[in-house]
Design a protein around this ligand. Structure first.
Ligand code: GDG
Length: 747
């Protein structure tokens, strides 16, 4: 309606203006035409009557005959009046209606042959035609025509002109409105398509932008791309990343979409103690540390292997249990595995095969066909559970780690509208190393079922691109970081994982001095001893042996530390049924004993080894008590211990010694970076750390704390969810466009 008015109003005004200018013009022209007609008519009457009239007026006593002749002429010729003026200018004969205002020219003045005279009742046309007889001038014949008919006709003409213009206006307006509506809609639709990003889809989306919109489309596309990128960076950089920011993304960007997490390890295990009491345990796992706060923020469902001895006793009939126990916020769906399945899928294929395959720690991977069969079967089982748990047809499924490499493809096949985000928490090897896997194509294909595949570092992403390039017929686009293999493309992105800020376990911690006292008491350390710590799962990739050897070298090179320095190693047993891990445990124990034997004395041992699981509060107490924390991984995706140590030190003291082979070393540049294989270097770093001035510790620690605070786990999850939201938005646009195309094709 508004569009119609926008066109009709100016059009109407323009036509009215034209009509206003045209009517007087037409008036003038018609008057001139009629005057000219009357001139001609008068002249032809004059020439017709000249002779008889001349004869009559020159004949004596023919006055009445002239009068009759005039009366007849007035009737026959539709003349208003006639008059005859003699050569002196006296009106000698005239008809009844001859107007008084019309005078003879006379007096020798040249007669004005034709003129229009305005009378009270309207204009008249007066023609004065000279008369002569046999060469002698006789006077003039005055012919008067009434011009009121001209006025009437002019009125009629004006009326017709008005009707004509009104009709033209109506027709033109109608045509204009129709054309305007059609093209306006086309433009608006086109612009909308361009702005909404459909046009950005180009040929992949299969949409066409009309020719006249193409230049605008190009500009808008560039603008939208810039704005989108800018908005993302700005939003990401400016957001204060915490649980609320995550909830906002879920609420606003993802419109409250359903979130499912799949991981092998569950965040809470119910364990039955010997006295039959059920207790809750939090596993020592980087993955759980990172994802638990995310899940608390978005209240979804976490699907995991129910591995606790009392897990079956604590679930409802759907195998669900609400957690955290003190303040339930999300639910765990437990999946039950037989001993054989767990052995084949988890210990066998995942931890004896993929784990050493992906870490350069010089442990040889073991691949068994029966482990692979279990791995496939368990992945299928988890896919069934995902489908079973999904309440919507397009949930966001966060698939965690190397235990579920096949799951993305399986889920995608059953829930094609789901957004599967797979995150690989460990390094990705180079193609040569990966190439020894007998089922390498299957594993790659499984992962490429995801919409987004995440690694901690760009280096791992690049290794993945190289591997796919080497072993699959896939389109690898390193500019957009996408891989297309058969179906939908997979975006391969770097998402460096982190920890929650501030860590929940920090809240109940006493001041640093109290923590130090507690730790000294608990581990029986000498009162003045400086403290170094290590916190790890007992795993050969963590470089615990190398760490102990570096301590030995420190005490060799700087013997003044003997008796004045203790290293506390907390190592939570892990994957203990695997030979390699049992051997490691034995080696770690023996090495610690040897070093303690060599440098120890009554009441003093340089290494305090605690091979047991510690609760989170104890771990944080250790962090706070330490002069330095040593992370000496031989290879590590990220390593969260390094970030936790930094987060625990709100006193801005303590030194982090960090292996260059961790993902964390790329972010925490103020740590003392070491090559754990270089024992001299590691020993020197420990010595440096123990003697580092307070101010230098503060500067380094403050900078690392700022980084971990800013790049916390909420940001890690938020970035993935924002990318998922962008992807889902684009997919919806494409599918809407497809349905529109199908619809128009059918019509
Ligand atoms: C994988 C990748 C990546 C350790 N001992 C105890 C305990 N822990 C906690 C630590 C920390 C976590 O376990 C270990 O995290 P890491 O990151 O160091 O290592 P992985 O378990 O190998 O994790 C790794 C991570 O996934 C995340 O993506 O960083 O590269 O290998 O949180 O505090 N926790 C408790 N008791 C212990 O005795 N409660």
């Amino acid at each position: 309606m508004r569009i119609s008015l926008r066109f009709i109003l100016p059009l109407g005004i323009a036509l009215a203006a034209i009509a206003y200018a045209v009517v007087p013009l037409v008036d003038r022209l018609t008057l001139q035409w009629f005057v000219r007609d009357l001139d001609t008519r008068s002249e032809s009457i004059a020439s017709a009557v000249q002779e008889p009239l001349a004869e009559l007026v020159t004949r004596a006593g023919a006055k009445q005959k002239v009068q009759r002749y005039f009366d007849r002429l007035v009737q026959d010729q539709r003349i208003f009046a006639l008059g005859y003026c003699d050569s002196r200018g006296v009106l000698v004969h005239s008809t009844y209606a001859f107007p008084k205002a019309v005078r003879c020219s006379g007096g020798g003045a040249p007669p004005a042959r034709n003129r229009v005279v305005e009378l009270a009742h309207g204009p008249i046309h007066v023609s004065a035609v000279p008369l002569s007889f046999e060469g002698e001038a006789l006077g003039e014949l005055v012919i008067v025509h009434d011009m009121s008919f001209v006025q009437r006709r002019s009125e009629d003409t004006k009326k017709y002109i008005f009707y004509l213009f009104a009709a033209i206006a109506a027709v033109v307006a109608l045509i204009t409105v129709v054309i305007a509506e059609v093209s306006w809609r086309g433009w608006v639709a086109g612009l909308k398509r361009v702005i909404s990003g459909e046009a950005l889809l180009g040929s992949r989306g299969g949409l066409k932008v009309t020719a006249e919109l193409r230049p605008i489309a190009r500009d808008l596309q560039a603008l939208v791309r810039d704005l989108e990128a800018e908005r993302r960076t700005r939003d990401e950089g400016q957001t204060s990343w915490g649980p609320e920011a995550l909830r906002r993304i879920l609420r606003e960007d993802l419109k409250g979409d359903e979130v499912l997490i799949v991981s092998n390890r569950e965040p809470y295990l119910h364990m039955r103690r010997k006295d039959n009491v059920i207790e809750i345990q939090r596993p020592a796992s980087g993955l759980v540390t990172a994802l638990e706060p995310v899940m608390r923020a978005c209240s979804g469902t976490w699907i995991a292997h129910g591995a606790g001895s009392a897990d079956r006793d604590t679930v409802d009939k759907h195998d669900h249990v609400m957690v955290p126990p003190e303040r339930p916020a999300y639910r765990i769906r437990r999946v039950w595995l037989s001993k054989e399945e767990e052995q084949g899928y988890y210990f066998g294929f995942a931890n004896e095969g993929l784990w050493p395959l992906c870490h350069i720690a010089h442990a040889r991977p073991v691949f068994r066909a029966e482990d692979w069969a279990h791995y496939q079967a368990v992945n299928r089982r988890f896919a069934d559970v995902v489908v079973d748990e999904a309440r919507t047809e397009d949930p966001i499924v966060l698939v965690q780690d190397y235990h579920f490499a096949l799951l993305p493809r399986l889920v995608h096949a059953r829930l094609p509208n789901a957004t599967v985000i797979a995150f690989w928490h460990i390094p990705w090897p180079n193609p040569e190393a990966f190439g020894i896997l007998p089922w390498r194509e299957e594993v790659l294909d499984g992962l490429l079922g995801s919409s987004i595949l995440g690694f901690h570092t760009q280096f791992h992403c690049n290794n993945f691109f190289d591997t796919v390039d080497r072993f699959l017929e896939a389109r690898v686009d390193r500019e957009t970081f996408t891989i297309s293999y058969g179906g939908d493309p997979t975006e391969v992105r770097r998402y460096p994982i982190s920890i929650e800020w501030p860590p929940a376990a920090l809240a109940a911690q006493p001041p640093v001095e109290a923590c130090r006292r507690n730790v000294r008491e608990r581990f029986g350390l000498p009162a003045e001893a400086r403290i170094g710590i290590g916190v790890d799962r007992l795993d050969y990739t963590k470089g615990i042996l190398e760490r102990f050897m570096a301590i030995e070298r420190l005490l060799e090179l700087e013997p003044h530390w003997i008796g004045r320095f203790v290293f506390v190693q907390a190592a939570a047993p892990s994957r203990s049924s695997i030979d390699e891990y049992q051997n490691l445990e034995a080696k770690v124990r023996v090495l610690a004993q040897r070093i303690n034997h060599r440098f120890g004395r009554p009441g003093y041992e340089p290494i305090a080894l605690r091979l047991e699981h510690h609760d989170a509060a104890r771990v944080y107490e250790l962090y706070r008590a330490a002069d330095f924390c040593c992370v000496s991984s031989l290879h590590d995706g990220m390593n969260l211990v390094a970030k936790e140590f930094v987060a625990a030190r709100d006193d801005e003291q303590g030194v982090l010694i960090l292996s260059q082979f961790t993902g964390a070393a790329r972010e925490l540049a103020e740590a003392l970076i070491i090559n754990p294989y270089d024992l001299e270097q590691s020993a020197a770093a420990m010595h440096l750390a123990l003697g580092m001035p307070v101010e230098e510790q503060r500067v380094r620690m403050r900078s690392m704390r700022n980084l971990v605070q800013e790049f916390n786990v909420y940001r890690w999850a938020g970035r993935m969810l924002m990318d998922a939201s962008r992807m889902r938005h684009r997919r919806r646009v494409v599918s809407r466009a497809r349905s529109a195309r199908l619809l128009s094709a059918r019509q």
